[in-house]
Design a binder for this molecule. Structure first.
Ligand code: GLA
Length: 393
């Protein structure tokens, strides 16, 4: 064999290896911890406007949410009405009279980030123009407006392939020249945890959350505990830059009890879930604000190790969920799904620690050290509530 034949064969082998290697994880440098922010959908649905978004940005600052770590203000469905003769997406001029660039500028002036919503199909879920066929043009438009986050839905996408459609928009966003968090929203239908990290920063793992503890809607909407059941088992796919998304928060939206609000929020923290508030920040009561801004619970969610927790004990309505934290400690939730108080225990073995180990236990909602314990910790947990503690050997 001549040396040039050897060289060309080597080249072919290298090419073959490169082509068959799995795509590298998307590295847009964003969402190293789960994104925190607010999204209009859960509370306002299609009733969005620039006034709402500006007031929400103001409230995010004045309520202390910005200081607690919330950043993104995302306008969900219904901001868009049509396309112009050049194919450019047109916002609703009645509801957004100053235009999206001015709105993004306002949000940025508050030290916050701005997000938008679109859909991989021809129309959004509310029948507004989707991005199908306009991916690169839309991504350029969002970037020109100053968007920092795109939630990308999956309605009216019949016949489309999820991986191809989401990859196309991912490439369009990367080509836009602006770092934009990419939030995939195909409701878990094609197991996005298996492929999402090459494409986006977070992916919805379930159908839509609904504002209740354990109801199920005929159209697929799920109460808090049903969402939990669906995200247990996919924890190994989450990590810095790429998260399972159990959907936006219903905290403070009027149906969950104070204990249910706390449990919902704490469980999302155990899950390393994106924390997208979904309530009216302008008028929330003190208790809702205390839940959403609780620094100790948020620190669990934002733990830099980025390990999603999982259910380690299921005993009827009594459950224990645990999450590894940086430094080898654990965050533990004792979750009572029953309508009566329950005594719930976690054994150190459930956490991967030997039984003889002494560990410091701290109750995060009470902001109180409970002392040193050996082997296990037990608490009486109120109905539909979670006691959340750290365990530090
Ligand atoms: C879908 C999504 C929701 C919301 C609506 C908007 O149902 O899953 O989160 O964005 O569409 O129409």
């Amino acid at each position: 064999m001549t040396s040039s034949t050897i060289r060309s064969r080597c080249f072919l082998v290298v090419l073959l290896i490169l082509v068959t290697l799995p795509a590298a994880a998307l590295d847009n440098g964003l969402a190293k911890t789960p994104p925190m922010g607010w999204n209009s959908w859960n509370k306002f649905a299609c009733n969005v406007s620039e006034q709402l978004i500006r007031e929400t940005a103001d409230a995010m600052v004045s309520s202390g949410m910005k200081d607690a770590g919330y950043q993104y203000i995302v306008v969900d469905d219904c901001w868009q009405v049509s396309r112009d003769s050049h194919g450019n997406i047109v916002p609703d001029a009645k509801r957004f009279p100053s235009g999206m660039k001015a709105l993004a500028d306002y949000v940025h002036s508050k030290g916050l980030k701005f997000g938008l919503y679109s859909d991989a199909g021809a129309q959004t879920c509310q029948g507004r123009p989707g991005s199908r066929g306009y991916e690169f043009q839309d991504a350029r438009t969002y970037a020109a407006w100053g968007a920092d986050y795109l939630k990308y839905d999956w309605c009216h996408a019949e016949g489309q392939n999820t991986i191809e459609s989401y990859t196309l928009m991912s490439k369009a966003l990367q080509a836009s020249g602006r770092p934009i968090v990419f939030s995939l929203c195909e409701w878990g239908s094609t197991k996005p945890w298996l492929w999402g990290k090459d494409v986006g920063n977070l992916w919805r793992a379930t159908e839509d959350i609904v504002n209740c503890w354990d109801c199920k809607e005929k159209w697929g909407g799920l109460g808090v505990v049903h969402v939990l059941d669906l995200v247990d088992g996919i924890e190994s796919y989450a990590g810095p830059g790429h998260w399972n998304d159990p959907d936006m928060l219903e905290v403070g939206n009027g149906k969950l009890t104070p204990d249910e609000n706390r449990a919902h929020f704490a469980m999302w923290a155990i899950l390393a879930a994106p924390l997208m508030a979904g309530n009216d920040l302008r008028s929330m009561d003190a208790d809702t604000r205390a839940v959403l801004t609780d620094k100790e619970i948020i620190a669990i969610d934002q733990d830099p190790l980025g390990r999603q927790g999982r259910r380690v004990v299921k005993d009827g309505d009594r459950e224990v969920w645990a999450r590894e934290l940086q430094g080898g400690n654990r965050a533990v939730a004792l979750l009572n799904r029953a309508a009566t108080p329950q005594s719930i225990s976690v054994k150190w073995e459930d956490l991967g620690y030997p039984a003889h180990v002494k560990a410091q236990v701290r109750d995060l909602w009470q902001h109180k050290d409970l002392g040193s314990m050996t082997g296990s910790f037990t608490a009486t947990v109120a109905p539909h509530a979670a006691v959340i503690v750290t365990v530090k050997p």
